[in-house]
Ligand binder design. Structure first.
Ligand SMILES: Cc1cc2nc3c(=O)[nH]c(=O)nc-3n(C[C@H](O)[C@H](O)[C@H](O)COP(=O)(O)OP(=O)(O)OC[C@H]3O[C@@H](n4cnc5c(N)ncnc54)[C@H](O)[C@@H]3O)c2cc1C
Length: 336
């Protein structure tokens, strides 16, 4: 049976939801408040690493389990993910951090300084030990959001920008219409327990600098990662602050991010800063996403640090639930 579904929100969660439903033959309308070039309030600022193994250092087991399933969906979708793994390094004085990371994670290979230089020649001689997580991927998020919009439209989905949905519309979905609320942190007043975790990031360009995979630099106080976003362009992330304020990046955070990138490689001293931004990650108290059913409205939210990683598996769970009535994964359904 063909379903008629309205998805609200054109971040990574809403776009994957719309794509999954359109691929399964359903009639999908996606409504996004922002214009096309600004869609995805948090999503456009993400790393966006598909890193279930690395994230297991601090995330719940369920995030890793769902993340591993999601990786398979990302791979099958053939959307241009760079599958080059993640490199994790620490300076010699922070060697204990690398040991701790190694102990808390799996799916890695231990690297010598020679291995590191072979993988990323610009890092030759800089680190004595490292870890490679070969099965992880990364994405340039803004390009990916645009690619998803194209795919949905190619499948007949109706994607509308500058089309904010006012509250009464989703509260009173007409008979037969299903509404999936993917508004991220904008839903905080409707979803009990949803909080914001501020993430600040920088985008820099460094001529001639070449990294081919995300590099995480461990540090007891200022761990950072650098993600290649395109030729000479790198995203440096990210702070994690319990705050919902979207005000500009603080001087302290900017110094920490940029100084840590310089500690990764001195070539970052000559970087041009093209962007300093702060996004709000939507999260629940346990930092596990939720799929909540409220009548004919489903809410998919709270993806915290893992929206890109988990979007496909959440979208699939919702689609199967709508089509068959199959229960949603128990770990994701705590009532709001
Ligand atoms: C700095 C940073 C780095 C991150 N790095 C990673 C990473 O490496 N890997 C990873 O997996 N995750 C990462 N994340 C987390 C990830 O970005 C989030 O989990 C994810 O973006 C949340 O997606 P979303 O679609 O729920 O929300 P959003 O991206 O915020 O999208 C919500 C959309 O809803 C729209 N909207 C709101 N209200 C309405 C309305 N009334 N009508 C219509 N539209 C509306 C908004 O305009 C917005 O476009 C990172 C986040 C940050 C901030």
């Amino acid at each position: 049976m063909q379903l008629a579904v309205t998805v609200i929100g054109g971040g990574i969660i809403g776009l994957w939801q719309a794509l999954t439903l359109a691929e399964r033959g359903h009639r999908v309308t996606l409504r996004e408040a922002a214009c096309e070039s600004a869609t995805g309030a948090a999503s456009r600022l993400a790393g966006a690493m598909l890193a279930p193994y690395c994230e297991a250092e601090a995330a719940e087991e369920i995030v890793k389990e769902l993340g591993l399933r999601s990786l398979q969906i990302w791979r099958a979708a053939n959307l241009g993910v760079a599958w080059r793994g993640t490199l994790v390094v620490a300076h010699q004085r922070d060697a204990a951090e690398l040991l701790r990371f190694q102990r808390l994670t799996e799916g890695h290979q231990l690297l010598t300084d020679t291995d590191i230089g072979t993988l990323e020649p610009v890092l030759v001689g800089r680190f004595q030990r490292g870890l490679l997580f070969p099965d992880e991927g990364h994405i340039a998020p803004r390009r990916m959001l645009a690619t998803l919009v194209e795919r949905i439209r190619a499948l007949g989905g109706d994607v509308r920008f500058e089309s904010a949905v006012a509250e009464p519309v989703w509260m009173a979905a007409s008979a037969g219409e299903i509404v999936i609320d993917c508004r991220g942190i904008a839903a905080r007043n409707d979803v009990t327990g949803l909080r914001g975790v501020r993430g600040e990031m920088a985008v820099v360009t460094v001529q001639g600098m070449r990294l081919t995979r995300p590099v995480r630099l461990l540090h007891p106080r200022f761990p950072i990662y650098v993600v290649p976003w395109g030729e000479d362009t790198f995203m440096i992330g990210a702070t994690s602050i319990e705050s919902e304020h979207a005000r500009p990046v603080s001087l302290k955070s900017a110094i920490e991010l940029l100084a840590s990138a310089y500690a990764l490689h001195p070539a970052f001293a000559d970087a041009r800063i093209v962007e300093l931004s702060a996004g709000i990650r939507p999260a629940f108290a346990d930092n596990i996403p939720k799929i909540l059913a409220k009548g004919r409205r489903l809410i998919v939210n709270g993806t915290y640090r893992h929206g890109f990683l988990l979007a496909p598996v959440l979208a699939q769970a919702v689609a199967v639930h709508l089509e068959t009535g199959a229960p949603l994964p128990a770990a994701l359904t705590c009532a709001s």
